[in-house]
Design a protein around this ligand. Structure first.
Ligand code: FAD
Length: 368
């Protein structure tokens, strides 16, 4: 039947979950098509040993946007988790982000004045940094660069720091207080019970097809008046302007018969030799007391067509290519491209929620 639904939502990630929620509150009907075997996009959690394991990388909700925070609180209860990752450099432990605790661990400095003078004495004096290494050295000096930035960044990008552009690190925030809270936002937390119940609520009134790649079933657009596509924009257009580049990740999960492996949700391995960038122990997101634990090692990986695109590589060339796709997308009738893959942009969750609400209200007014 033609137009049985108001909206066809391609992708069951956060963007479309919020869109579906808004639509269902207005009595609109949605058909959701998801190529994975589950809803939830990259926020999906798998319950292992009673622990909500973040399967596609750790997700901490944080925002300074009051209305987004209230919106999320209407969907879940947050716990009091605060993200305080630590760094392990060849067995030495440092607090992150760079703050007075880190400076004390590095140099034994106790006051902001002592720490600042230590940093300044190590900063590289250069007017126009030509690569990431020069940029980082000019901002943070040698010790922080060599122990906490160089190896981690090289693993993340799969390149030597001297071959990476300076713009990747525009500024490195220092905190001259003893404060290990990674985020500056007013609100943060983890939904009690993980993220999955949020998606179950949002999609409760929608029809959902999982294990279905929309691009092999484009005829589904005939079932709805409007399509919201949150998959990769270049793939939708059969790569007609070439492929957009991504960095990917590979996750290795392990169940351990011990209660507590590393005493923290996230430990970053900042040396070059350890092949993974961090280990996540998901039970600490929810202060779990389960007898066993699950750890996830995160390995940065080159992206290939059949892999998961995680981080857009926003070089000038890729951005130009994206602009071509965007223009083409604007000409597509009744199809809107959205979310992190549709917009080829890294978004935090709070930004995605805001964008989804804005798009829903925009489309709703068009059809009034
Ligand atoms: P997604 O969640 O990726 O959803 C898109 C969905 O579309 C996917 O399920 C995909 O399978 C599906 N899909 C794609 N193509 C097709 C197709 N052709 N047919 C059918 N389905 C398709 N944000 C924070 O605020 N805090 C964090 O701590 C945080 N941590 C992150 C950690 C990592 C490793 C990464 C990569 C991101 C992190 N983010 C974090 C960002 C967060 O993941 C995004 O804001 C959010 O997932 C974006 O939602 P989305 O709906 O756009 O995309």
């Amino acid at each position: 039947m033609k137009n049985k639904y108001d909206y066809l939502l391609v992708g069951a990630g956060l963007f479309n979950a919020i869109f579906a929620r808004e639509a269902s509150l207005d009595g609109k009907r949605c058909l959701v098509v998801e190529k994975r075997s589950h809803i939830g996009g990259n926020l999906y959690c798998e319950n292992i040993e009673g622990i909500n394991v973040h399967v596609y990388g750790p997700h901490i909700f944080h925002t300074s946007n009051e209305s987004v925070w209230e919106y999320m609180r209407s969907l879940c209860n947050f716990n009091h988790f605060v993200y305080t990752p630590i760094a392990n450099y060849k067995g030495e432990i440092y607090n992150l982000p760079f703050n007075m605790n880190t400076f004390y661990q590095l140099w034994g400095t106790k006051t902001p004045k002592e720490a600042l003078s230590k940093i300044e004495s190590q900063q590289l004096q250069v007017s126009y940094p030509e690569n990431l290494e020069e940029q980082a050295l000019s901002l943070v000096g040698t010790d922080i660069y060599h122990k906490l930035i160089k190896g981690y960044t090289e693993k993340q990008w799969g390149k030597d720091s001297k071959d990476l552009p300076a713009f990747i690190i525009r500024r490195l925030p220092f905190r001259f207080t003893y404060n290990n809270n990674y985020y500056n936002d007013i609100y943060q937390g983890i939904p009690i019970g993980g993220y999955n119940p949020i998606f179950e609520k949002c999609f409760a009134k929608a029809d959902v097809l999982i294990n279905t790649d929309f691009l092999s079933h484009r005829e589904l657009t005939n079932k709805a008046k409007v399509t919201i596509y949150t998959g990769a924009i270049d793939r939708y257009f059969d790569y007609c302007f070439g492929q957009l580049e991504y960095r990917s990740l590979r996750f290795e999960m392990e169940t351990l018969e011990i209660e507590n492996y590393q005493g923290n949700a996230a430990v970053n391995y900042t040396d070059r030799e350890t092949p993974y960038t961090r280990i996540i122990e998901s039970k600490h997101f929810e202060f779990g007391k389960q007898p066993n634990t699950v750890i996830t090692k995160e390995f940065p990986a080159p992206w290939k067509d059949d892999g998961e695109p995680f981080y857009p590589v926003n070089t000038t060339e890729n951005n130009k290519r994206y602009e071509q796709y965007k223009k083409k997308a604007e000409q597509s009738k009744d199809v809107y491209f959205a979310g992190r893959l549709g917009a080829y942009k890294y978004y935090n969750m709070d930004e995605i929620i805001q964008e989804a609400i804005i798009l829903y209200n925009h489309i709703k007014h068009l059809s009034l």
